[in-house]
Design a protein around this ligand. Structure first.
Ligand code: ZN
Length: 144
């Protein structure tokens, strides 16, 4: 089951300038800065109610986010939906014709299990599904 928008990922060329926009001007709280070496990026998590905006800044010109910036410039990179059971949701969506970018979920930002689907099968947006990890679950503001 899909629970909510977990986060929206924005590719940025200049984190300081993006933070001026999103943190100082819009007043969003900067919750966390996280280096994700496996994806060669640094992410800045800004709280928006129960969801986040994640600013994605490539730390290597070979990263997928750097390639995205080369091609399209800064802007919306992906939309992430939080699910209860990522394997079940993957199977359901693959069954509907969504093209997963990896066969299995992997550990992404915040220790979450994540999986991406190709934009050509999702109406033009890179779609992520994610499930809170064991450790991340304790910090989840949505626990009942
Ligand atoms: Zn994401």
């Amino acid at each position: 089951m899909i629970r909510k928008i977990d986060h929206i990922g924005l590719a940025v060329l200049d984190p300081a300038r993006a933070l001026q926009t999103f943190s100082e001007a819009l007043g969003l709280r900067l919750d966390q800065i996280e280096d994700i070496p496996s994806q060669k990026l640094r992410s800045y998590h800004l709280a928006v109610g129960e969801s986040h905006i994640e600013l994605l800044y490539p730390t290597d010109p070979d990263s997928t986010v750097a390639k995205f910036l080369d091609k399209k410039g800064p802007g919306v990179h992906h939309v992430a939906l939080q699910v209860d059971d990522i394997e079940a949701e993957r199977d359901r969506l693959v069954g509907l014709g969504f093209e997963a970018l990896s066969a299995e979920p992997f550990i992404g930002a915040g220790g979450k299990k994540v999986l991406f689907f190709h934009p050509r099968t999702t109406g033009g947006v890179l779609l992520e599904i994610c499930q809170l990890g064991e450790a991340a679950g304790h910090h989840d503001s949505t626990t009942k």
